[in-house]
Design a protein around this ligand. Structure first.
Ligand code: ADP
Length: 272
């Protein structure tokens, strides 16, 4: 309002978040976190496949649509664009669901070893051309406290990246063991082209990609690692991505073990 002197301070805190602080004469008035770039980026990402879909629908309605071969080709492109939009909407929903949830101490113990084996078996049988490159070194009896569906998504995202960005014919290794009594260590390594050091700190930002064209072409949404970061935080874990350009990348995640897994391992040691 004109009769009052407002001051608006905007502070960027990273990850596309701006803190907008409205201050009047009496001091602080209102503070709001807004995610400016995120909404713009998400809209842009959805608009591209949508524009392509509309274009093809329009052309199908014209003469081109009468030729069966052209029709089939267009339908295939439209299908791929729709899948791309679906993937993006699924990832956006996962992200907002994880963010919206209030943090509560996870009640369930999840057998992370069994889950990682399951993901390995599932991907090995998926028919993906890279499935034969998967190698799994997974210790059993490692339990973490957490959400099974989220941990499964975390595994799929990082193994999926290693398969997408690794070089065909080179191994993708999933390893799970105890880092110490408190933490379980999960790591996924590939022998792909790696990531230059200046990109590493930004990889978990929404829509940050080293090579946007390549990521889109291979079906990436640019949200996979942002989702992973949130899931790791929810589980009070730690995420570390290290990479040697030209050699490959390792994503390492430490997750607090559920008390039961230490007991199990103690028993195993005593028995053995
Ligand atoms: P995307 O859907 O694009 O894969 P992510 O959030 O999963 O999005 O990853 C962000 C970016 O990090 C990717 O676009 C890619 O440039 C880079 N990246 C992720 N994992 C790897 C990897 N294993 N090797 C090389 N680059 C990777």
């Amino acid at each position: 309002r004109r009769d009052q002197s407002w001051e608006m301070r905007v502070r960027a805190v990273g990850d596309g978040i701006r803190i907008v602080h409205l201050v009047d004469r009496t001091g602080s008035y209102a503070t709001e976190r807004i995610r400016v770039d995120f909404v713009a980026n998400a809209s842009h990402e959805l608009r591209t496949p949508l524009a392509s879909l509309l274009g093809f629908i329009e052309t199908l309605g014209e003469e081109a649509g009468e030729d069966p071969e052209t029709r089939a080709r267009f339908l295939k492109v439209m299908f791929d664009e729709a899948v791309r939009m679906q993937r993006l909407v699924d990832d956006l929903m996962s992200l907002s669901r994880i963010e919206a949830e209030k943090y509560r101490e996870p009640a369930d113990s999840v057998d992370l070893g069994a889950l990682a084996q399951e993901v390995c078996a599932e991907l090995s049988a998926s028919g993906d051309p890279r499935a034969t490159d998967l190698s799994c070194a997974i210790d059993s009896g490692i339990l973490v406290r957490g959400d099974r569906a989220q941990l499964s998504q975390l595994l799929h995202n990082i193994v999926g990246n290693a398969m997408k960005y690794g070089r065909a014919g080179t191994p993708v290794t999933i390893a799970l063991h105890e880092a110490d009594r408190a933490m379980a260590a999960l790591s996924v390594s590939d022998e792909g082209e790696g990531i230059a050091p200046e990109h590493l700190p930004r990889l978990t930002e929404r829509f940050y990609r080293v090579d946007p064209g390549r990521s889109r072409k291979i079906g990436g949404t640019g949200l996979g690692l942002a989702i992973v970061k949130h899931i790791v935080e929810r589980h009070r874990g730690r995420l570390d991505i290290s990479s040697v350009p030209g050699k490959g990348t390792t994503v390492r995640i430490l997750l607090p073990q559920a008390p039961l897994s230490s007991t199990r391992n103690e028993n195993a040691t005593e028995a053995g």
